[in-house]
Design a protein around this ligand. Sequence first.
Ligand SMILES: *Cc1c(COP(=O)(O)O)cnc(C)c1O
Length: 405
Amino acid sequence: MTTSIPAQALENMAATYGTPVYVYHAEKIKEQFARLQNAFNKETTTFFYAAKALTNINILRYINHIGCNVDCSSVNEVQLALHAGFEPHRVLYTSNNISFEEIITAKELGVHINIDSLSNLKKFGERFGHSYPVGVRIRPNIMAGGNLKISTGHEDSKFGVPLEQVQEIIDLIKTTNLHIKTLHIHTGSEIKDVAVFAKGLNVLFEIVQEFSEVEVIDLGGGFKVPYKPNEAGTDIEELGRSVNMAFAQYNQTHNRQLKAWFEPGKFLVSEAGYFITKVNVLKENATRNFAGVDTGLNHLIRPMFYGAYHEIINLTNGDAPHKKYNVVGNICETDNFAEDRSLPEVREGDLLVFKNAGAYCFEMASNYNSRYKPAEVLWLNNQAQLIRKRDDMDDLLRNQVTAQF
Ligand SMILES: *Cc1c(COP(=O)(O)O)cnc(C)c1O
């Protein structure tokens, strides 16, 4: 089953809130979470939504409401999560290359922390000894993920403590009495192949023998969802079966009670998002038809930054014969959303909707070209609620201080 927002509702929301506008379908997030819960052993598996995909406070509140935990990428995200109502023990902070001071702040807030460098592990052990259990992020030297920008576990990656330095972690436990409770990896985003997760898990099962106090194996996020029509995502049900079995076997043969943690971002919110834009200008050239929309890389940078594909639907002329278009933005740069995309004939004023606009879309938006960030709307129980107002001129001027000259 896939849950989606009816076209008429999208059109109504564009009329009510203006364009460009991000819309998020709450029940779709819930459906994705249910899929995870059904696929994995509930007793031994916990999910932490990777908040950096989409941090609107209402999304965080909704994630809390459906019973999912949260994983943060900065201490500010930790503060947002607490503000959204998560209790500290349901908040995880997976840091990378942050200052020791920020780790201390997270510790004072009482959340779970995954530390990703020997340097910070050493400082943490020296300061807190055995008193505060933490996780360590390992770099398993596995190449995974949709493209190099979103691959994080390979041998040239900045993330984590490289596998070949595990002995140094063990030495730190001896010298500082550090309490390591979690071994963590996150090898990338858009990992379709279940075998990649199994490979990562095996790496951690190998080394966990050396860590008698470890209770949790955290396999990060990175589940792939379909972006193109008919594209396959990670087979979550198969992944669930394989992970459940691996943990059951390991725990039985080694007499341990290791638990599995995951940090899905895209999987939970990508497909819940719709980005509604309006066609400002059509330009018909000898070689290309350009459809220029009322947004650009300032609001949705994934196509330009990662070469990401977002399916586009023509909301207001869907039955027309298809033509090919370059869908382009209104920013003073070449900001192609799509090249040679076959779409039902596009007219000025038509609404084009970008799908999979829940994860890393609004979240990466900026005010480049001094444009306003879009509004955000939650679609829940067949009703729309505004959850972020569109910026206005005050937002552009906020924090700017007038100099004297
Ligand atoms: C970004 C991130 C995730 C989520 O990745 P998705 O591809 O969105 O699932 C999970 N864990 C960590 C540590 C991350 O940095």
